[in-house]
Design a protein around this ligand. Structure first.
Ligand code: CP3
Length: 359
């Protein structure tokens, strides 16, 4: 067990204040892909159960989600699942191989787009909502539980390409050759994803994160023409002002202005973005999450502490959720993950004038 340093009694309130850019005593910290193969406890469970079996069994999903909470000391739990789970519910055959997800029959024409099912999330992916309910009960009312889904563009990349492939040329061919069909696909994904996330919110998710991992593959113009409008519609459907929405994009420094228009409360960015510059460009309207390079956790502890401190100094700790810039790598030592979380919890924030007394 790690010493529970600087853990306020109510981490849910802390997390929500950070999402809303309200003053905090310290930044909250969690790690993308925090439940996963770098944890011996996760690997042990995976010896007995297949990945999709863990995702679809609420007791197992909840158990795995709790591992980093107890072992690493993160401030938030994220439900264990995958962005491709709803794709299966839409009627796609999904397999998770050692080299990543693979779809047996990728979407290549209008008949296939039309055949994708508008599934009922309570009926067909009820195990996700149930895992969130079990998790919320296990951690109690003072710990945030994060739900998530893939953003339409990133989901479309997998649906059309069939697997992760450098630059997603098949998905982009559909986008450029049949833009109306590609838009229909994005719209369909936005609609089903909105319902899927609403079911997670109804089950008790404190916040939801949209993973648009491949946004950075798009030019500013194409992000604005294809990904942005569907992401905006999706977020608008989730009832703004309610549960905070975190939007993650990778390699998207050239898109920050557009990504900020999607309507998310928090933008999660990777290590290529300078947080101070992002804050300057975007102002205080949107909170920031990130953005330490996951590879920093493969280096010495002093480097980890310094990277966490630097990230916090760049935002002044206001409207900031400390995280990595992308998922934690399977080769990360558990001690390094703990050092990162500890650094987040112990970095003191610059003194600022209490609200209401300024000027
Ligand atoms: O953050 C968490 O701890 C929750 C769990 C989570 C997983 N996938 C579990 C997982 C989350 C949030 C995801 C999101 C996800 N899945 C994304 C978006 C974020 C990102 O990292 O870019 C994407 C693109 C996927 C699709 C996916 N799933 C890929 C490309 C892979 C293979 C690569 C890899 O890391 O193994 C997966 C499998 C996967 N998803 C694993 C885990 C723990 C590994 C499965 C195993 O145990 O073998």
């Amino acid at each position: 067990m790690i010493p529970d340093v600087h853990t306020p009694e109510n981490r849910k309130a802390l997390f929500l204040r950070a999402c809303r850019s309200e003053p905090v005593e310290r930044v909250p910290v969690w790690i993308m892909r925090q439940a996963g193969r770098y944890l011996p406890e996760y690997r042990a469970l995976r010896q007995k159960h297949a990945f999709l079996e863990v995702c679809k069994t609420p007791e197992l999903a909840a158990e795995v989600s709790l591992q980093p909470f107890h072992i690493v000391g993160v401030d938030a739990v994220i439900v264990f699942s995958d962005i491709l789970i709803p794709i299966e519910a839409m009627g796609m055959g999904l397999e998770l191989t050692d080299s990543g997800p693979a779809l047996a029959d990728p979407v290549r024409d209008s008949a296939h787009v039309a055949a994708l099912r508008d599934f009922d999330p309570e009926q067909e992916t009820g195990f996700v909502a149930e895992a969130i309910r079990q998790l919320s009960r296990a951690v109690g009312p003072d710990v945030p539980v994060i739900g998530f889904a893939g953003a339409p563009w990133t989901l479309a990349c997998y649906l059309v390409e069939g697997r992760a492939r450098d630059a997603f040329p098949t998905a982009k061919r559909m986008m450029f050759q049949e833009p109306a069909l590609f838009r229909t696909l994005l719209e369909k994904l936005a609609r089903t994803t909105a319902r899927y996330l609403k079911a997670q919110i109804a089950a008790g998710a404190t916040a939801v994160q949209l993973f648009d991992t491949w946004a950075g593959e798009l030019s500013e113009r194409d992000y604005e023409a294809f990904a942005l409008p569907t992401t905006q519609r999706l977020i608008a459907e989730l009832d703004p002002g309610g549960v905070p929405v975190i939007l993650y994009t990778k390699a998207s420094g050239h898109l920050l202005r557009e990504v900020a228009q999607a309507g998310a409360d928090v933008l999660s960015v990777d290590w290529r973005v300078d947080l101070a510059e992002a804050r300057q460009r975007l102002g205080n309207r949107v909170a920031l999450q990130g953005n330490v390079d996951p590879c920093v956790l493969l280096g010495p502890e002093e480097g980890i502490r310094q990277a966490a401190r630097e990230a916090i100094e760049k935002t002044g700790g206001l409207g900031h959720i400390l995280n990595l810039g992308h998922g934690i790598l399977p080769s990360t030592p558990v001690e390094a993950a703990r050092a990162f979380v500890r650094a987040g919890k112990t970095t003191s924030l610059p003194a600022r004038v209490p609200l209401g007394q300024a000027g």
